[in-house]
Design a protein around this ligand. Structure first.
Ligand SMILES: C[S@@+](CC[C@H](N)C(=O)[O-])C[C@H]1O[C@@H](n2cnc3c(N)ncnc32)[C@H](O)[C@@H]1O
Ligand code: SF4
Ligand code: SF4
Length: 487
């Protein structure tokens, strides 16, 4: 019998335990995917030894047993073989491991992502096999790391250069000039892997303008990261598709603003851009590479953004359509003229409820969750599980918040910035209680207060100064929710 690690899982060995997770905790789902498919698991110290010998290439049980025997010198070969078969079979039932009678069959049984048919195996939600642990994975991590925040996700802007000039872009156009060296990217990935980071988002500017883009993808694959690429897809080529195709942990997010090329191209300010992006999406679909579409809603596309949603449905693609446009990170707010009016936001929320029967119940779920918020809750994942690194090596709280530098990886290790940067610790220590107006607000259950939205529209970039536009949106959310709930 042959065994391999399933191609859509990520594994990190912590020595005293192992952590295995499904890439769909980070990647994109098809419109037909069932949310309950996502899973992760903590395995015991000996389980971690058994798991770390598995690779993405099938190995015979005899070969695996010999390797494991070298790590348990006083245990009999036959006992280890029996335990290994039992352990791998249990993980196979949960979708993390693949087996087959031969090398070829084992590879063939590893279906991976497909548009034609959702071939992923069903995974249970969360499993803990550590003796005495009957808690969730997050609770286990919190306890193990003594509530110290763990970095799990990094956003890397490999270049600020871009071949488009979108009217809403939070990156000031005159800053779209720099490129990250491939060596710097490699250093970041090596450091992130040592810190047990699981997921990397590669973005820009337009990341495909980087001459070493294929090499950068290869580095992520080599270090076994879950990867999301954010790209306008106007300069996709065969080499990139080939590299993307063989990385099962990779997803792509691209941007379409309208199916009408005049409107889309007037937003990107690049003639011919819609045709190129659509052609590339179809190429990625043909090659079974997961794609998601981002479609920010603005004055320019409010009357036609739903055509993007309808088109995407034909291909089973998810569309993220959001009316939240954040201000430029230079605090100039020069890009926010394109934002939709508050009345239009009311229309959009009602449209969502009409089109998606689950939307109202998702609002209700959020409402109930936020009702239980406590004063010492974190504001968001910034400096708690995620961070952003730009092409200059500067480290920021998140991609849109580049007026606030936390450090630079040219002179400080990522782990030191994460642990010791004064600014990181300041942001990490901010809690709901630091926003007193929000604590007593009657709309707080309908609001996603966000520090970058505050900072980027404040002349001095103050993240604590609330942005009234978003307070107005919260009022509308509340009003529509209660109107529609009682129908
Ligand atoms: C900054 S771009 C980088 C990747 C690539 N150039 C692209 O456009 O897809 C990532 C996403 O952010 C969105 N975006 C840009 N500026 C924004 C803003 N001010 N507010 C909200 N989303 C924004 C873009 O539409 C795009 O979907
Ligand atoms: S949104 Fe993306 S494509 Fe548009 S200008 Fe900004 S970085 Fe370039
Ligand atoms: S609506 Fe304004 S005051 Fe109320 S919770 Fe949101 S940001 Fe705070």
């Amino acid at each position: 019998m042959y065994y391999k690690q399933s191609s859509n899982v990520i594994y990190r060995d912590y020595g005293s335990f192992g952590y295995i997770t499904d890439n769909r905790n980070f990647g994109y789902k098809l419109t037909t995917d069932d949310e309950s498919y996502i899973g992760d698991k903590i395995v015991s110290e000996s389980g971690a030894v058994f798991l770390s010998e598995l690779s993405r290439s099938p190995q015979s049980i005899e070969c695996l047993t010999e390797k494991i025997c070298k790590r348990f010198l006083d245990v009999d070969y036959e006992i280890i073989k029996k335990d290994a078969i039992e352990f791998y079979s249990m993980l196979e039932n949960e979708g993390f491991v693949i087996s087959g009678d031969t090398f070829e069959k084992c590879n063939k049984n590893d279906a991976g992502f497909s548009y034609k048919k959702n071939k992923y195996k069903r995974l249970k939600n969360t499993h803990i096999i550590n003796k005495g642990m009957e808690n969730t994975t997050q609770a286990f991590f919190d306890k193990y790391f003594n509530n110290e925040p763990q970095l799990t996700s990094i956003h890397v802007e490999i270049t600020s250069r871009c071949n488009e000039r979108c009217i809403h872009c939070y990156i000031p156009h005159e800053n779209k000039t720099e490129i990250m060296s491939t060596q710097m990217f490699y250093d970041i990935i090596k450091q992130a892997r040592e810190m047990k980071v699981l997921h990397v988002t590669i973005s820009g500017g337009e990341p495909m303008t980087h001459n070493d883009f294929v090499k950068i993808l290869r580095i992520c694959d080599e270090y076994n990261f879950s990867v999301n690429v954010l790209s306008n897809l106007t300069i996709l080529n065969d080499d990139i598709v080939k590299e993307m195709k063989h990385n099962h942990l990779l997803c792509v997010q691209t941007s379409i603003y309208s199916m009408d090329s005049h409107i889309h191209d007037s937003i990107t300010q690049k003639k011919g851009s819609l045709d190129k992006t659509i052609a590339s999406i179809l190429t990625l679909i043909e090659n079974d590479i997961p794609v998601q579409i981002s479609c920010p809603i603005m004055k320019q596309n409010i009357d036609c953004y739903l055509d993007v949603v309808k088109w995407a449905r034909l291909y089973n693609l998810n569309v993220n359509s959001d009316y939240v446009i954040i201000g430029c990170y230079d605090y100039s707010a020069r890009n926010v003229d394109c934002r939709v009016e508050l009345n239009d936001i009311r229309k959009i929320i009602n449209q969502r409820i009409d089109m998606d029967y689950k939307y109202l119940s998702s609002l209700e779920k959020e409402y109930n969750k936020k009702r239980d918020m406590r004063v010492d809750d974190y504001i968001c994942s910034v400096c708690n599980s995620s961070i952003c690194i730009s092409e200059t090596g500067n480290v920021y709280p998140c991609a849109g918040w580049q007026g606030y530098t936390l450090g630079n990886i040219k002179n400080t290790k990522l782990k030191d910035i994460w642990k010791h940067s004064e600014k990181v610790n300041y942001l990490r220590n901010l809690r709901r209680r630091d926003f007193p107006k929000c604590l007593s607000c009657t709309e707080k259950e309908f609001c996603t207060m966000c520090m970058v939205r505050n900072a980027n529209e404040h002349p001095q970039g103050d993240p604590l100064e609330l942005n009234n536009y978003f307070c107005d949106i919260a009022k509308i959310n509340k009003e529509v929710y209660f109107n529609r709930k009682h129908i």
